[in-house]
Design a protein around this ligand. Structure first.
Ligand SMILES: [Zn+2]
Length: 212
């Protein structure tokens, strides 16, 4: 069985490797390593290649794919669709699992950022990991669950500088890069894992709307 490398996996979850290791130590990671995904993706690639080859051959013979499609092409299309559906199901299960884990810890409130998912899709460094997380689905599921159990969900504006503003002294770090995985404050020297730091500042935000 093939497992993800920590780096790949962290990328998929859009957290730092350090955060991942911390989760691992705390026993939070359970269903996270899904070796099926990699296999399915490989299979999907193979099927897609074979399908496009079939189309190419049709074109070479000068036939129109829309009208002269053989049974083999139809079967191939079906296989591709099935693989897409299975991958989507695995992702959905995963998203639900993470949201459920959050709710299970019975927090007093949950703070989420009003993320500009569409804007992030344009940033190609973020696109894949965001898409794979199905962030939007996650948010929806989380709100649904919190409503059910009477937990407050706070939404903070995406312009709130959760990553840049020091959660200890309020100093603004202007030159923070996406590649800086560790946050070091220039004002007070406060050092923390980037994602953990952003989460801490979000927790303390006073300007929010309640979604539940
Ligand atoms: Zn500071």
């Amino acid at each position: 069985m093939k497992h993800y490398k920590p780096k790949e996996f962290a990328e998929m979850l859009h957290v730092s490797v350090k955060t991942l290791q911390r989760w691992d130590n705390e026993g939070v990671l359970k269903a996270y390593r899904n070796p099926k995904v990699r296999k399915l993706k490989k299979k999907l690639k193979r099927e897609q290649r074979s399908l496009s080859r079939k189309y190419e051959n049709l074109k070479k013979r000068g036939e129109k794919p829309a009208t002269k499609r053989g049974a083999n092409i139809d079967k191939n299309i079906f296989r591709v669709q099935k693989l897409h559906a299975r991958l989507a199901n695995i992702r959905l299960e995963y998203v639900k699992f993470v949201a459920n884990e959050v709710v299970r810890t019975k927090p007093r409130y949950v703070v989420i950022e009003n993320l500009n998912v569409k804007g992030m899709m344009k940033n190609r460094h973020l696109a894949r990991s965001i898409a794979e997380q199905c962030f939007y689905t996650f948010q929806t599921w989380l709100i649904h669950k919190c409503k059910k159990y009477g937990m407050e969900v706070r939404q903070v504006s995406r312009f709130y500088p959760s990553s840049k503003m020091c959660s200890r002294c309020g100093h603004m770090k202007k030159d923070l890069q996406l590649s800086d995985r560790i946050y070091v404050c220039d004002g007070c020297g406060h050092t923390m894992d980037r994602d953990l730091h952003a989460a801490t500042s979000l927790l303390r935000a006073t300007d929010y709307i309640v979604l539940t």
